[in-house]
Design a protein around this ligand. Structure first.
Ligand SMILES: Nc1ncnc2c1ncn2[C@@H]1O[C@H](COP(=O)(O)OP(=O)(O)OP(=O)(O)O)[C@@H](O)[C@H]1O
Length: 274
């Protein structure tokens, strides 16, 4: 039997390149013909109706799921060709329903620390003073300094969303994937998290980010590209100013919508015909 080949991220090519990707469950196709390239430094948003296939595409980009057909190259390595466990440690993933299983018994600072070891339980011997300080700084970045000693299980939904983001950043990722990170946040909470994301991308210009969202108000002002998905297929992908148009979004949502842009931020509503 061949030994697994352990590899480190390769920064020469794109952060993610999906070519002809399909994902099937049994004979049911969840997504088909997905061609998508994310370069380092790009900040993508992914839009589409419920069930369109956004999370499925993200699960391939995060290497959690293998494509049924086509090729997926993530951080410079083709899935299926090499052992990706070391590459995976450079991918930050935040999901709206992502549980922080046993870690829920721990305080927020401890939960953030587990992001460094990529473990569910804290591995205390791996956290030196600098790592602990980094966890504190990330809690500060997401506006949660006061949660430091609070058990995560008593934190509100919005507070947990921010703790998840800080945890994902602990590994110092090259690729950050956020699946509906704003779900359940109130307006100030959403704005704080947006600001945290915008600050992050300013602080780490080479980081590639992909954010799935249902609301244009949740698009960071620093977003550069948009991917639109309808019924498992990409309807548009490219620079956000070119693809996030009334026609583009209407085609994606199969509904006439109108987009507004105010001070670099986005908003949309359905066109009502009286
Ligand atoms: N294991 C599975 N078996 C059958 N169908 C599945 C399976 N997993 C996902 N699906 C279906 O695939 C489709 C795409 O799911 P996905 O979660 O990618 O959509 P999404 O665009 O992220 O939706 P939402 O915005 O509602 O989160 C959905 O119709 C879903 O029901």
């Amino acid at each position: 039997m061949n030994k697994p080949v352990f590899v480190q991220p390769n920064l020469d090519g794109p952060a993610v390149e999906l070519s002809g990707v399909e994902v099937h469950v049994g004979r049911v196709p969840l997504v088909s013909d997905v061609d998508w390239r994310v370069d380092y430094g790009q900040r993508w948003v992914v839009l589409g109706r419920n069930g369109a296939g956004k999370s499925t595409i993200l699960s391939v980009a995060s290497t959690q799921r293998f494509p049924s057909a086509g090729t997926a190259v993530v951080l410079g390595h083709r899935m299926g060709a090499v052992d990706l466990r070391d590459v995976r440690t450079h991918i930050g993933f935040v999901g709206a329903n992502q549980r922080l299983p046993d870690a829920e018994h721990h305080d927020a600072h401890t939960v953030v620390l587990t992001g460094y070891s990529g473990s569910v339980l804290p591995l205390w011997d791996r956290y030196d003073d600098a790592i602990r300080e980094r966890a504190s700084k990330l809690l500060e970045l997401v506006g949660c300094t006061e949660l430091r000693d609070r058990p995560v299980r008593v934190c509100s939904q919005g507070e947990r969303a921010r703790v998840r983001l800080a945890r994902a950043l602990m590994a110092d990722p090259l690729l950050l994937l956020l699946d509906e990170p704003f779900a359940g946040l109130d307006l100030p909470g959403r704005e704080d998290l947006l600001m945290a994301l915008e600050n992050l991308t300013l602080a780490q210009p080479e980081l590639a980010t992909v954010t799935v969202t249902h609301h244009l108000e949740e698009i960071p002002a620093t977003a550069t590209h948009a991917l639109m998905v309808r019924r498992g297929r990409i309807t548009a992908a490219g620079p956000i100013d070119e693809v996030l148009t009334d026609d583009g979004l209407s085609a994606c949502y199969e509904r006439d919508v109108e987009i507004h842009r105010i001070n670099g931020r986005w908003a949309a509503h359905a066109v009502r015909r009286s």
